[in-house]
Design a protein around this ligand. Structure first.
Ligand code: NAP
Length: 327
């Protein structure tokens, strides 16, 4: 049974972490084609930092942020999902154009709720959806990555970057990951990364020292300040996928392709959705975690009432892996 009200984090407009306030709101009523989820945990994302800083486009206020949540179905009027089913919900306007996962309950279109079954801890399950979807979508749709290839992850200690390294190693790739912080190198090695590169803005020479022709594939998560160097680190007919912008810079001014792109290097992008994460991929990843074959890079968990601290930590960039709030 659901109560009539729930605790939710509300953002009335852009501001510092203190702009996030905990409020009592009505539990959302699911309509046809929607599912009401009792949230057990939610991961934090840069997208929500962008929303709080006023950098995100298309966000309306007041808003319950959160582009992802993990929990259990409590109501699904169309019957597409049964009550009690575990689901991971993400993207599609969650926390941006409609209220998202920073709440005890969230209501999303059914197509954005990916079912799974797992007895893993809530913190582990809460960390997975968005980083797995983004890493999986970038490696498959974005890069068409194959066993035996090399992968450079620019922004390697981000949760997406660490998830990409974990998936790439499972696929049989050689992984090079960057961090600006020597203190985070051990976390990358523990995630299975083969070569940790200290990023001062220029890593292409070091990459080519390790892989003389350049890497086969590269995942750009830092943004346009490092993109030209990532392109230089990639081989002819290799692929760079632009997925993230940790630097908060994502546009290229006066883009002249012949000057910007090294000859023969291919540039693509990934901006995905829940539909890019098939239930079978999520289930197999969680089963591999359960079997001890894969580790989920959770940096730290927070209580619901620690949301401001969690956001301050995300903004300070202290983490190597995912920040997760438990409900
Ligand atoms: N396209 C999509 O569909 C999609 C979906 C989800 C996320 N994303 C994007 O993917 C990126 C990663 O997201 P996330 O939530 O995984 O990030 P995150 O876990 O919050 O990343 C934190 C890490 O980012 C690095 N970092 C912070 N500021 C940086 C800067 N100015 N330059 C270089 N590195 C910086 C820091 O690494 P070091 O201190 O170790 O250098 C820090 O450990 C974000 O840009 C996000 O917007 C895209």
């Amino acid at each position: 049974m659901t109560g009539t009200t729930m605790r939710a984090v509300v953002l009335d407009g852009p501001g510092p972490p203190e702009a996030l306030r905990i409020a009592e709101l009505p539990v959302p009523e699911p309509g046809p084609g929607q599912v009401l989820i009792r949230v057990t945990a939610f991961g934090l994302n840069r997208s929500e930092l962008h929303t709080r800083l006023g950098l995100a486009e298309g966000v309306t206020f007041p808003r319950v942020p959160g582009i992802e949540a993990t929990g259990v179905v409590v109501a699904c009027p169309g019957g597409e999902l049964v009550e009690g089913q575990q689901v991971a919900a993400m993207m599609g306007g969650m926390g941006r154009t409609f209220d998202g996962g920073y709440a005890e309950y969230t209501c999303v279109p059914v197509r954005q709720a990916v079912p799974f079954t797992s007895s893993l801890p809530a913190a582990t399950l809460g960390a997975v959806p968005e980083m797995l979807q983004t890493a999986h979508g970038s490696l498959t749709t974005g890069l068409d990555a194959r066993a035996g290839q090399t992968l450079l992850v620019r922004g390697g200690t981000s949760s997406v970057g660490m998830a990409a390294a974990v998936l790439a190693k499972r696929l049989g790739m050689t992984v090079l990951s960057t961090t600006r912080s020597p203190a985070k190198a051990a976390a990358l090695t523990a995630a299975g990364v083969d070569h940790v590169l200290l990023d001062d803005g220029q890593v292409a020479d070091e990459v080519r020292h390790l892989v003389p022709d350049g890497v086969d594939t590269a995942l750009e998560l830092v943004g346009t300040p490092t993109l030209p160097d990532t392109l230089r680190a990639t081989r002819v007919h290799g692929v760079v996928c632009f997925t993230g912008m940790l630097s908060n810079e994502w546009t290229v001014r006066d883009f002249y392709p012949i000057e910007y792109l090294p000859t023969g290097v291919r540039l693509t992008a990934y901006g995905g959705d829940a539909t890019d994460l098939p239930s079978s991929v999520l289930q197999s990843f969680l089963d591999a975690v359960d079997a001890g074959e894969v580790t989920v890079p959770v940096h730290r968990t927070y209580r619901f009432d620690e949301i401001r601290q969690a956001h301050a930590d995300m903004e300070a960039g202290v983490a190597a892996g995912k920040l997760v709030v438990l409900i």
